[in-house]
Write a protein of this length. Structure first.
Length: 403
């Protein structure tokens, strides 16, 4: 038995907030897991400190599945982002421990590598089409094989996906949510010309992606998907809110543009119908928000049966611990599609030294035992938590819209 002797939550803000769980064991091996839930970080920290850690002490760290079931079923109150991020952090830390004890990089325990590396997509954005495409060109020159394009919308001051910095994007930008104004009509007019210009400038040998960020109705999404078809996007993401999974039937009826959704999903139940009915092409659920590696493997296996591939969320609010976990997972499953990669700042990378590396458009988790990522607690302590929220959006008449 490898006894869990201690566990603690580390909250740090090296440029943005991260919550990390560290689990220690009787033979001195420790593991870490990401528990960051953007804008609601302290809720997960409390869930772990007040309700999960007391149940972990004394358990066998090797019993990953049993501990997962204990935390999921044992809480009685199932699912939800706070619960599932906490369960995920425990799960990641336990896989880290198991792989360290085995002396192997985690992907070896998950079945070994199915591919030589993990294709990632970078984020090109700008206030204008020209600026966005100049940035996209810079990504292409760095070797990226896939690039997400988000551009300013004429007539709207700020929109999701457009940052002030060329290579870094941080949407949680204020101590109280900032407000932006949204117009579906203006947005819908702006995206097809962006993709037309992108194909002219970048050619056809690069994958182009776009994130709608839940802002359209199903029929509007069907229209956008159809308008983008001539430019062969890799995917159209989060076309409409997905609480009602049947909404995707309508989008599917109107377009052959591939559909991706799921970064805010917490469990297999959020995507059961989407996958079973083949209403999507890529499932974006991620290690930290969907119950860890144990649960995400189940989602991926179910998706594989239905011809759906993975495209895990990988924004900056998922820490390097989650990124490492995602890379081991991506490398080991048969139906991997693509991995999002929004680079962290140098400050963040220093707090979380890691073995993963980027080369020629691909990430690789590296060969260090475990997840191959650690937390420098002394450095982390220098960056206290700083409250930050995601923005909100209102329509031009003042009513709330999805941001
Ligand atoms: O990366 C994406 O596709 C996103 O939509 C990023 C999200 O807005 C971000 O992770 C919210 O915390």
């Amino acid at each position: 038995m490898l006894k869990i002797t201690a566990a603690r939550v580390i909250v740090t803000c090296p440029g943005r907030n991260f919550v990390t769980l560290k689990i220690e064991t009787s033979d001195g091996v420790h593991g870490i897991g990401d528990a960051t839930l953007n804008g609601r970080e302290l809720a997960v920290a409390s869930y772990l400190n007040d309700h999960v850690i007391p149940c972990l002490i004394g358990r066998d760290a090797h019993q990953i599945e049993d501990i997962w079931q204990y935390l999921y079923k044992g809480a009685y109150w199932r699912r939800g982002p706070v619960t599932m991020s906490a369960v995920a952090a425990v799960d990641m830390a336990l896989w880290d421990i198991k792989a360290k004890v085995a002396g192997l990089p985690l992907y070896q325990l998950l079945g070994g590598a199915c591919r030589t590396g993990v294709m990632v997509y970078g984020h090109a954005n700008g206030a204008t089409v020209e600026e966005t495409l100049d940035n996209a060109q810079a990504y292409a020159e760095q070797g990226y094989k896939a690039i997400r394009l988000q551009s300013g919308v004429p007539g709207l001051k700020t929109v999701y996906g457009v940052s002030k910095d060329r290579f870094f994007y941080e949407p949680a930008d204020a101590a109280l949510p900032s407000e932006s104004v949204w117009s579906t009509e203006k947005y819908l007019r702006s995206v097809p010309p962006l993709f037309e210009a992108a194909r002219e400038k970048l050619g056809w040998d690069i994958h182009l992606l776009h994130d709608v960020h839940h802002r359209l109705t199903p029929i509007e999404a069907g229209r956008l998907g159809k308008d983008l078809e001539p430019y062969r996007p890799f995917w159209m993401e989060d076309a409409t809110p997905a609480e009602n999974q049947a909404n995707f039937r309508l989008i599917r009826q109107h377009t052959t543009t591939p559909l991706a959704v799921g970064e805010i999903f917490n469990s297999i139940w959020d995507c059961k119908q989407l996958i079973e009915e083949q209403l999507i092409d890529y499932i974006r659920a991620t290690v930290v928000h969907a119950g860890g590696i144990t649960h995400l493997r189940r989602v991926a296996a179910f998706a594989d049966m239905h011809g759906v591939r993975t495209g895990c969320h990988g924004a900056t609010d998922l820490s390097p611990v989650c990124m490492a976990a995602a890379l081991h997972f991506d490398l080991s499953i048969p139906n991997f599609g693509i991995q999002e990669y929004m680079r962290h700042t140098a400050e963040t990378d220093a707090v979380f030294p890691h073995a993963y590396s980027f080369e020629d458009g691909m990430l690789h988790p590296g060969e260090a035992p475990g997840l191959g990522v650690d937390i420098d607690e002394t450095l982390a302590a220098k960056y206290p938590y700083s409250r930050a929220y995601l923005p909100v959006a209102r329509r031009e008449d003042g009513s709330m819209h999805d941001w």
